[in-house]
Design a protein around this ligand. Sequence first.
Ligand code: ADP
Ligand code: MG
Length: 266
Amino acid sequence: MRIIAIANQKGGCGKTTTAVNLAVAFARKGYRVLIVDIDPQGHTTLGLGCNPEELDISIYEALTNSQIPISKVVRRTYISGVSLVPSNILLSGADIELATLFRRECVLKQQLADLGNIYDVCFIDCSPSLGILTLNALVACGEVLIPVQTHYYALEGLRQLLETINIVKERFNRKLQILGVLLTFVEGRTHLSRDVQRQLREFFGELVFSTVIHRNIRLAEAPSAGESVITYDEGSRGAIEYMQLAEEVSNGKTKNRTPQESLIDL
Ligand code: ADP
Ligand code: MG
């Protein structure tokens, strides 16, 4: 199973939107997809039509109770081919419970390994922090996809993220690779957006996906309907761009740069 974490400790940069829509796009291409919500805000859960407040079991139990296999938590979604490990606010207490646990950074990795080969690809939607939950995601995954909001302060905070990725790679997960940097909220017509895009492409080079995600109102509307944009409005620019990204992610090999190289000059 290919495991891709979607991470950036900055809130509102498009992590959840990317996780949900990539998951649906992959399912449309025939992949068996698992999406893991590891954010206590439960936005991915909500975005896939499942109410976080009504869960009888969630990722919280799988992370804090070794007796509960994650397979007990997985549920189907309204989208054929997409299964979900849901989350809710309970998860915000997990860091304290995990604090005393031996190998607390490996809990999710172990749980996903126990699933075997039921799914082809798994997306993990991270929370906006670099705490133990995101650490679990980075240890469990093979690749990390970094959405970056294309605005003036785009590079701010990326140093800590890349440093964290490096530390994880050195200590816990030698195979960890950056899958790519995804430019989100792109506004094609403004000079500022073009300048920031150029700056990011100069800095990250090959790591930046060819596909960019433009600011698109349908992407903002779809979650309130409990839907992905691909099911909400298939012809919208947001849907088309996420289908394109799925094509790039499924075809392209992981860019073979290490996080260390990306740290130069940041
Ligand atoms: P994160 O998970 O990183 O906090 P989200 O994916 O939840 O970010 O996005 C933050 C908000 O912006 C959400 O309301 C989402 O619907 C909206 N959004 C995300 N991407 C776009 C986009 N390209 N254009 C317009 N709105 C977007
Ligand atoms: Mg989110």
